[in-house]
Design a protein around this ligand. Sequence first.
Ligand code: FRU
Length: 535
Amino acid sequence: SSSHQPYRTGYHFQPPKNWINDPNAPMIYKGIYHLFYQYNPKGAVWGNIVWAHSTSTDLINWTPHEHAIYPSQPFDQYGCWSGSATILPSGKPVILYTGIIDGKNTQVQNLAVPKNLSDPYLREWIKYPKNPLMASNVENQINGSSFRDPTTAWLGHDNIWRVIIGSKYHRKGLAILYRSRDFKKWIKAKHPLHSGKNTGMWECPDFFPVSTAGQNGVDTSIVGPYVKHVLKASLDDTKHEYYTVGTYNTILDRYIPDKGSVESDSGLRYDYGKFYASKTFFDNKTGRRILWGWINESSSVEDDIKKGWAGVQAIPRKIWLEKSGKHLVQWPIVELEKLRVKQVKLPSKILEGGSVIEVSGVTAVQADVEISFEISDFKKAEVFDPSWTDPQQLCIQKGASVKSALGPFGLLALASKDLKEYTAVFFRIFKGQDKHVVLMCSDQSRSSLNEDNDKVTYGAFLNVDPVHEKLSLRSLIDHSIVESFGGGGKTCITARVYPTLAIEEKAHLYAFNYGTENVKMSSLSAWSMKKAHIY
Ligand code: FRU
């Protein structure tokens, strides 16, 4: 029962038990959405990896199927690791995935095709008998234990397919490029599509075009004047993902990030909390590009084993290029809103310095909340020190209990009545050189009385001008998840938390302003969320 399992989610994707990691080969086929994912059928820790499979008509409610791809052949008998789907021009989907061929984690790339194209659920997959298609050997300089996670392939105007595989050469992260005329015989290009100095291994790369003319997605092979390209890498060393926005030079077959765009440290992240091994796909039914990402636990391995499961998938996000062209914007897919019930709306209200107000009438443990703030007087804003280049450190130093003039203000999610436990998601506004600086934080330090959890605080800057725009925050609260979107999705932070008091009906939701100056809460809407059908 839920009292024994207070951390299981109500509307985020997870199987009934065991370990999950990366989303694999997301796609839409004959109107059905497919999600495959890395799964351990035998326990709550990583291992014995197969591809589990579920399908959906709305990306929220799911039907599980038999495992789609599992070790069975010399080219994958030690594991079936991550990969991607490509829809061929004929409409036929194919999958490229990484096979583990020995006890030393040697990695190769394999092809699998549907057994029966008239089955919209694509329940059975046939492995191409001439696998592997790509492998390390004496000539190609590939490091065979760092060679994995093929992307969706794209087709050039020369009718040649391209795909990239994550890798490294010493400390240099690589997006190794392969080309093929028939999707079967693949030849490694002399140079990678792109590489990153001193980043370590690039896992789960993703490479896709984004439109410069609005929020619609574009299919993966599209090139031309109205698109830019995005390259994302998941860095094994830090378990953080970085993306850059740039140009795909089809003549050189190289990706060139825009100036100031880098894969590490100060680079851009889809999510500044827990979010890894993500992958996008183009949804040709609705014209969206949709992002899936894995949210790992922040609990101890012992606790994971005790509860019998680990890992969930983030709510799928629509993803597009912001109008500046400098970064992406993400927003939970609209289908999620079908789960909203019992809207609670608070009237616009001044939140005086030091105030906390409860949002009652909502199932605070399983909710969707949108709040926005307006600031009219910036005179007292704390001056921003230009040496503060690391927003996470800034959020760690200036947590929810540290007052300044403008902030912290935001939400206390999964809070106990006495505020012994809460997860604080908030903003803080500073006076910068020529503009204001907005910091967004997710402070987990008081999220649980259980000290075995990783309760580190997350933070990022938010590209919003608070003088001319409202500051908005949306949080998806789901038992042990607080998935937050600042500024309409310009900055996202996902946290895992494990309250001991603020569980089930004992969880509360508050809006707060612990700054010394007043801020106006211009709107607040909260919905209780129905449970999704997931298995
Ligand atoms: C990323 C990853 C991938 C690999 C898979 C194995 O989380 O390590 O690089 O293919 O997980 O489960």
